[in-house]
Design a protein around this ligand. Sequence first.
Ligand code: AMP
Ligand code: MG
Length: 394
Amino acid sequence: MELADSLGRVLAEDIDADIDIPPFPNSSMDGFAVHAVSLKGASAESPVQLTVVGDIPAGIVPNIQVEAGQAARIMTGAQMPVGADAVIPVESTNAVWTPGGSDPLPRKIEVFRSLRAGDYVRPAGEDMAIGTRILSAGRVLYPADIGVLAALGRSLIKVVRRPKVVILSTGDELVEVNEPLTPGKIRNTNSYTLAALVATYGAIPIRIPTARDTLEDVRRRFEEALDQQPDVILSSAGVSVGAFDAVRSVIEELGAITFWRVNLRPGKPLAFGNIRGVPFFGLPGNPVSAMVTFDVFVRPMLLRMGQRPETIHTITASVGEDIPSDGRRSYLRVKLSNQTGRWVATLTGTQSSGALSSMVQADGLLIIPEGHTQVNKGTELTVRLLTDLVSEPH
Ligand code: AMP
Ligand code: MG
């Protein structure tokens, strides 16, 4: 793909330097290319005088030979002339140097200090030496990676294909975000949160129109989903008891249900299977349940498909209050605070699986393992972080 579009993509090839970067030794300062030996003993009190034999702007190949006792004016980034082994910065000479640089070339300069061979010279290959591995396949591309690829002349690079994920909401009560909210209706939020989650984990979300609660419409929309040739199909709602029939009948007609319902809170009605061989998740309709089941089940799959590292950040926190549980594995929305060096997790008020604003308030999901009916204040449990953790108490 085009280098300029590759930010955040996963590199699919190893990149070795096929040239030295920099390709030629060059000056790291505006100054004069010299022989270090010529300046032996130079100081402010007893400056050494050198004869200026030429001028080397950036971008040319100098055809000057610098001998002992001589100097060539040189710009930052300009190629070192034959013979010279160091650059004396202009500040250490009596030469005039104004920004913009139309100063006449002096015939002689006085230098106020000595230096060693190699000073202020960037040797060829200092940054990247020919033959060395610069980036390895599997790396997620950050701005600096794109910079080194540009330096190596790689305008086209191989990246891992991003999984395509179709997102389908179901439900007669749903209206779109730009439609008026008429009595009995709610806005379709799941398509948006799920599309955002899909994009967050490096996949391509494709939202298709909501299916009405009829067998025909659900079938038509799943066919439409397949037309997109997706790698994964996500639907939301229509999988809870009583509501499951339309989605289930259609999946069984076009593919198969592998499992339905998990021992999870929120998110119990999750369904998984395939539609004509395409992996399918039937996520619960409640907005928080849809997000939590995505995080637990869909995220690892998309990361694996996109060859991305599985990044789940967890911390151990002490529970800030007694919390009843129902024996399912529970993912509860909590705020985290740092109290004398320990993380303390407090519930974000309502844990209703429909209360999406509580996800906004939450720093993470506190995991109460299955089999517990009560967790006492002070118990240490794992919290999956929803946002990057701030290390300061807040
Ligand atoms: P269902 O699984 O169809 O019984 O839906 C469970 C709950 O989730 C109901 O309160 C629905 O109104 C709600 N719901 C379903 N789909 C969405 C959606 N796309 N956006 C917001 N809420 C939804
Ligand atoms: Mg419904």
